[in-house]
Structure formats: C-alpha cells, structure tokens
Write a protein that binds this ligand. Structure first.
Ligand code: Q46
Ligand code: ZN
Ligand code: ZN
Length: 331
C-alpha cells in the first residue's frame, strides 16, 4: 500500500477519501481537515482565546494538539468526575499531555471543589449518571470560559459522534435537538461560543493521529457508557459505512446543508424564557439552574463508590435507562 501523495509506504487507508497516507501526509491530512472545518464554519478567528474541554481520550487530546499545531491560543480544561479508575486515568492522561508539551491546563475536581462525584449524584438523584455528568460538565465549562474571558470553547466531537447523534435525533424526531445540532453554537447571554473542529475526522482517524503523534490517550471508555444507544447507533452506521464508504460524511454534512435550518424554529422555541439563575446567574428556565439544584441536593451526601452503582443498577438506572440522557447536546 503506497501513500497517494508521495508513493512512500502508507500506514493508513481512508476509503471514504479513496486515499492512503504515509505518517507525514496523514498528519497533514488531519491538520488540513481541521483547518477546513474551522474556516468553512467560521469557528475561530485569528487571535481568539480557545478553551478546550479535555477528557484524556483520543479526541480531546488530538484536538488540543491540532489546535496548537495550527497556531491557536489554547488552554485545556479537565474535570475530575470521580468515576473510579476511569476518572483517575482520564485526569492523569490530560495532565501528562499538558506537562509534556508545556501547555496550560485548568483543573476542577467535583469532589474537592463541589463536594460530590458523579456516582454519588446518580445514586442520590436516582437518574442516569450521564444526566448529572452532562449538567456538571456543561455548567463548569461554560462558567470557566465566560469567567476566564475565552472567546470560544472547543470540544472533541468527531464525525462518528455527530453522525450517531444525528441518527438518534432522526430516529426519535427530536426536532429541537435537530435544530441546534451544528458544528458551531454561537455565543449569547450566559453561553460561550462552542465549536467542534473535528467534525471532518472519524474516530479511527483521531486514534491514528494520536498514535502517529505519540500521544498517550486513555483507551477505555467511561464505564457508565456501556450499553448506551449512542454506541449502538455508531455500530449501525459503521456497518453501513463499511459497505458504502462516505455515507457517514454525506449523512451529516448533507443534513447541515439541506435540512438543519428547517428545525431552527423548534430549537429557538425550546430556549425561550431563559433567565439568570438566582444562585449563580447562569441562564435557566427555572428560578435556580440545574447545576445549583444538583449541588444543593448531592454535595452533603455520603459518597457512593462507582462499583456499588454499577452492581446495584437500580440506584442509577438499568443498563439501558442509565444512558438515556447521554446525548451529545451542547446546551
Ligand atoms: S463521562 Fe459522564 Fe460521559 Fe461517563 S458519565 Fe456519561 S457523560 S459516559 S461522555
Ligand atoms: Zn506520503
Ligand atoms: Zn445556578
């Protein structure tokens, strides 16, 4: 197998692009795809300060590395969720990456800074872990971006993520979600601008990028994600993609071109009536925002170990219920 560009030995074949690349040209391909996504969707202007949400996984570390390579002014942010060994490994990978490259990393620890962790929150609220996790991550990243004067928040959602979320939203006709599924969410009162520069790269490509760049990322998925619908949608799309390369890309980008605008009114309607939270000032449709209500409810609770939550599925929901709220909704 030869590199399509230089005819040297190729290390990867990309069937949807009908191309093979050597290491150097694969890295160039990844940088070009990210630069193209940023410019096509006006994601980041020159000189803007970017906060990257980092989990220690392949996508967020590849994103951080790519943005630095492309010359952007980037800071990382990681949140210790308290999900057993997974969270320890996640923080360790993020810290090791930042230190090895001398990059700034903001760290928040839910237990140390707010008096709770995700397994405990799931047990106390009796809801799926991804519900309190999503609420916490969104609130803390949004607040850090606004308080820190960042112009934009970048997240590591890749093409597989976006196509799987799109499939889920279509299968259930979540029209308000369809109306705000976009590679860019503009900033407005109380919400920072959010962008997804990896939308033109697949999961396999971000993993290969990390390997070629020598980035040590955590391979294990969050244990709370097992059995969720999002993973099943990815598998379904992967089997279609295997038979027909390029389908995922077409599904997502043709949606953006031809259909997304049709659902904007539903998305706007769902966000009507936002007002400042009485406690923290963040936008909410209630008197007190979901994050402040969560902290109020769970911060004094006795810690629940992640193993207990996983064994006693009833407390956090069964395997399928547990993940019902694990949508990649950004707000
Ligand atoms: S970390 Fe949190 Fe994810 Fe784990 S608990 Fe769910 S939302 S699956 S991206
Ligand atoms: Zn080459
Ligand atoms: Zn609040």
């Amino acid at each position: 197998m030869k590199c399509t560009v230089c005819r040297g030995p190729a290390i990867i074949d990309l069937r949807r692009h009908n191309a093979n690349f050597c290491g150097d040209h694969f890295l160039k391909f990844c940088r070009d795809q990210v630069a193209k996504a940023i410019s096509q969707h006006d994601m980041i202007a020159p000189g803007q300060r970017v906060l990257v949400a980092v989990s220690g996984g392949k996508d967020s570390l590849a994103l951080w590395d790519l943005l630095v390579e492309l010359g952007y002014d980037v800071e990382g942010m990681t949140i210790g969720l308290g999900i057993g060994d997974y969270s320890d490994a996640s923080t360790a990978a993020s810290v090791a990456f930042a230190e090895s490259r001398g990059l700034p990393l903001r760290r928040i620890d839910l237990r140390g800074d707010y008096g709770y962790d995700i397994p405990t929150a799931a047990a106390v609220t009796r809801r799926v872990p991804c519900s309190s996790c999503g609420t916490s991550k969104r609130h803390l990243i949004d607040s850090a971006a606004l308080d820190g004067g960042f112009d934009v928040v970048a997240t590591g959602h890749n093409l597989d993520d976006e196509a799987a979320v799109l499939l889920g939203n279509v299968l259930h006709w979540h029209t308000a979600y369809l109306g705000r599924q976009a590679p860019v969410l503009p900033g407005r009162d109380g919400f920072p601008r959010k962008v997804k520069p990896l939308v033109r790269l697949s999961e396999r490509e971000t993993a290969a990028y990390c390997v070629v760049r020598g980035i040590d990322y955590i391979v294990d998925e969050c244990p709370m994600a097992e059995g969720n619908r999002h993973l099943r949608y990815k598998e379904a799309l992967n089997s279609i993609e295997a038979a027909s390369p390029g389908t995922k890309h077409a599904f997502y980008f043709e949606f953006l071109d031809k259909a997304a605008d049709r659902f904007r009114p539903e998305a706007a309607e769902a966000q009507e009536g936002l007002r400042p939270c009485a406690t923290c000032g963040s936008p909410t449709t209630a008197d007190v925002c979901a994050f402040c209500r969560l902290v109020d409810r769970v911060s004094d609770a006795d810690p629940v170990p992640v193993e207990l939550l996983r064994a006693g599925r009833g407390r956090g929901g069964n395997a399928s219920n547990r993940n019902k709220n694990r949508t990649k909704v950004n707000r």
